[in-house]
Design a protein around this ligand. Structure first.
Ligand SMILES: C[S@@+](CC[C@H](N)C(=O)[O-])C[C@H]1O[C@@H](n2cnc3c(N)ncnc32)[C@H](O)[C@@H]1O
Length: 220
């Protein structure tokens, strides 16, 4: 059965900066980003060993499929979401799959300052929302949770998708101008973002970046 479109819409009368907005999206059923399987872009990056095994922070982990995939592939996972329903679903999914990422119910803006630094930071569908309302705050978060040499992968909706109902869209220039303030680009590839709303999914970016390792200038 095709999911009912009205069921999938996040509630537009609420502010996406509030936890109620996200809570309501999960309470209403299956939100348009929830597929229950790991993101194609993340699977490729891990399979191609583009990021080393180590600690990883997932920002806005939703119901946990990506965090579980990372834990199964040898990463030490901390996965944060502001929605209690999403975290509950994630913990249940992990229990059923006999896998134990660390799921944390928290607002990333409160969590980040004391979270420490991770080898790898990942989000699917967080940057492309938050950049619209609080890009500077998010850059502060990324600064706090990375160190020189840390990797950051974002999976974001891409400009050029003409189908209705997809994720917010960002251009390659947006990614460069907004994220290159902190990171250097490792790889930018187009990908498909899966959705229960559309079997072909939506056009997206897999953008892998790394925080530069600054070396002291050598005296001449
Ligand atoms: C578009 S959904 C993507 C979820 C998941 N990454 C996926 O692909 O299925 C964005 C997620 O970010 C979470 N979120 C929104 N604001 C947040 C915040 N300030 N701190 C932590 N999580 C947040 C939402 O609850 C939601 O689960």
């Amino acid at each position: 059965m095709e999911p009912d479109d009205t069921e999938l819409k996040a509630p537009s009368s609420l502010d996406p900066a509030s936890s109620d907005y996200w809570e309501q999206a999960y309470r209403m059923g299956t939100p348009p980003w929830e597929t229950g399987v790991p993101a194609e872009a993340l699977v490729r990056v891990v399979r191609e060993k583009l990021v080393p095994r180590g600690t990883v922070l997932e920002i806005g982990c939703g119901s946990g499929a990506d965090a579980i995939f990372l834990a199964r592939n040898g990463f030490e996972v901390t996965a944060v979401d502001i929605s209690a329903i999403a975290i509950e679903r994630a913990r249940l999914r992990a229990e059923l799959e006999d896998c134990l990422p660390r799921f944390v119910l928290a607002d990333i803006f409160r969590f980040a300052p004391t979270a420490g630094q991770f080898d790898f930071v990942y989000d699917a569908g967080f940057y492309h929302y938050i950049r619209q309302t609080n890009l500077h705050g998010f850059l502060d978060v990324l600064w706090q949770v990375t160190r020189p040499g840390s990797y950051y992968l974002t999976v974001a909706g891409a400009t050029g998708e003409t189908a209705d109902g997809g994720p917010p869209q960002v251009s390659a220039d947006d990614l460069h101008y907004e994220l290159a303030r902190l990171f250097e680009l490792v790889e930018l590839q187009q990908c498909r973002i899966a959705s229960p709303r559309r079997k072909e999914g939506y056009l997206g970016w897999s953008c892998l970046m790394r925080r530069p390792i600054l070396r002291p200038a050598t005296a001449k």
